[in-house]
Design a protein around this ligand. Structure first.
Ligand code: HAM
Length: 429
């Protein structure tokens, strides 16, 4: 009876495997972020991928799409509701409060996967990765400007040009309620067909979100809506003007986007996004802002904060044709082979194995042939791998404790005692 072929298991929709090219870009983005962020004195914080669902409900907001329809939520064995983190900020705040940190300034960055059950498309995944930064403590506009400068420094250092920084101010608890009411009244006065179904619903649940609807007819009507920035209280206006002044003084190019409200409810005052026109509909590569009431609303002290997150998949789309990340055949230093004409194949393979480990211990990179080969095949394979040296172990070498080493480019060849000075000198060419 033949064995039944097992059905293979596939990945989950919206969850991707990252092979060579993409993995190289991810590593590059991560190391660039670490390097740039360290200049601003940010420290890494790794928080769990799973938190109690209430943390996200209370921080991101009950009326947001993220909380209403995009979280991966499940009960644990005791029936407590948990969620895969849809973003990093909430977990960082929870960790900060729980650790009881009371420094005047705390700066953290977090890199890792996030999970949102959205409809997958180019640049939108269900598991995606963020590079996230948060500065907690000070409320001065210099903090907002510094966070934005750090984000733009990172993007420039990663080789990402042609991006637009958009900024806005969402006001505060003092001025936003009055603006919300004004906007709601203005929206209700529009003919019902002026706005899409989602916006009709949002007028009552979260009128600010209507402002950043992408449906063309909504956009057309909203062009005449009262502007949030113009209804900021004097304190919010002063704060925002200072941020604008600081960015201008540093020659950081930006656009004012009066309709930028962001999809998470914890923001106040400065909000920003970085968008690209080169990667299709999901063009927002980074977003962030100030969230002064968030820590207190989670049961912590009244400590303000500013932060942002970049989407690594979207940044990868911008870098995927960059020749720096093209498949690079890294040339190994050596390729070591036991020859087929040795009687005791096992002893020869063990000797080659030991030789390879000795070479790696000295810093050489390379591989062994796991099966003995003829000298001809060994040379052909070394050539194909573009190895600098081929090392051959035949019956004679094995008997004498020698190895034959050939420099592939010059065809220079020597038979030397293993571990001898002559052997190591030969490898220096
Ligand atoms: P966000 O705008 O929801 O903000 O996400 C930040 C970035 O994550 C987006 O600009 C985008 O590049 C990427 N992103 C979001 N969803 C997806 C997805 N489904 N697939 C691929 N990439 C995605 C936040 O998450 C805030 N926590 C940022 C923040 C930190 N604000 C203050 N501190």
């Amino acid at each position: 009876m033949g064995k039944e072929k097992m059905q293979s298991i596939q990945s989950i929709k919206g969850f991707a495997d990252l092979f060579s090219n993409e993995a190289r870009i991810f590593t590059w983005l991560e190391s660039t972020a670490r390097e740039v962020f360290s200049r601003y004195q940010y420290e890494e914080l790794r928080t769990p991928l799973v938190e109690f669902t209430d943390l996200f409900k209370r921080s991101i907001g009950m009326e947001t799409d993220v909380v209403q329809k995009e979280m991966y939520t499940f009960p644990d064995s005791k029936g407590r509701m948990m969620s895969l983190r849809p973003e990093a900020t909430a977990g960082v705040m929870r960790a900060y409060i729980e650790a009881g940190i009371r420094e005047p300034v705390s700066k953290f960055f977090t890199i890792g996967p996030m999970f949102r059950h959205e409809r997958p498309q180019k640049g939108r995944m269900r598991q995606f990765h963020q590079i996230n930064a948060e500065c907690l403590g000070p409320m001065e506009p210099e903090v907002d400007a510094e966070a934005i400068c750090m984000l733009m420094d990172f993007l420039a250092s990663a080789g990402l040009g042609k991006l637009t920084l958009q900024i806005n101010s969402l006001g505060c608890q003092e001025c936003r309620p009055a603006y919300k009411k004004l906007l709601q009244e203005w929206l209700l006065a529009l003919a019902p067909e002026a706005l899409c179904e989602d916006c009709q619903r949002r007028i009552h649940t979260n009128p600010l979100r209507v402002l950043d609807c992408k449906v063309p007819t909504c956009k057309e009507h909203l062009a005449k809506a009262p502007l949030l920035l113009e209804h900021n209280c004097p304190e919010c206006r002063t704060h925002f003007d200072a941020v604008v002044r600081l960015l201008t003084a540093r020659n950081v190019p930006f656009e004012l986007n009066y309709f930028l409200v962001r999809g998470l409810d914890y923001y106040m005052r400065t909000t920003f996004e970085v968008v690209s026109g080169d990667i299709g509909a999901q063009g927002s590569v980074a977003g962030g802002g100030r969230y002064d009431g968030l820590i207190a609303s989670l049961g912590g002290p009244e400590i303000p904060g500013v932060g942002f997150a970049c989407g690594m998949e979207r940044l990868t789309l911008l870098l995927e044709n960059d020749p720096r990340f093209a498949q690079t055949q890294t040339c190994p230093d050596f390729y070591a082979v036991a020859l087929t004409d040795i009687e005791d194949g096992q002893a020869a393979q063990s000797a080659v194995f030991t030789l390879c480990q000795d070479l790696r211990a000295k810093g050489f990179a390379g591989s062994m042939a796991f099966q003995p080969k003829s000298a001809k095949n060994a040379l052909r394979q070394a050539d194909k791998l573009r190895a600098r040296f081929v090392l051959l172990l035949g019956p004679e070498e094995l008997a004498k404790g020698n190895v034959t080493v050939k420099h592939m480019a010059s065809a220079n060849q020597a038979s030397c005692a293993l571990q001898s000075q002559e052997f190591w000198n030969f490898l220096q060419q």
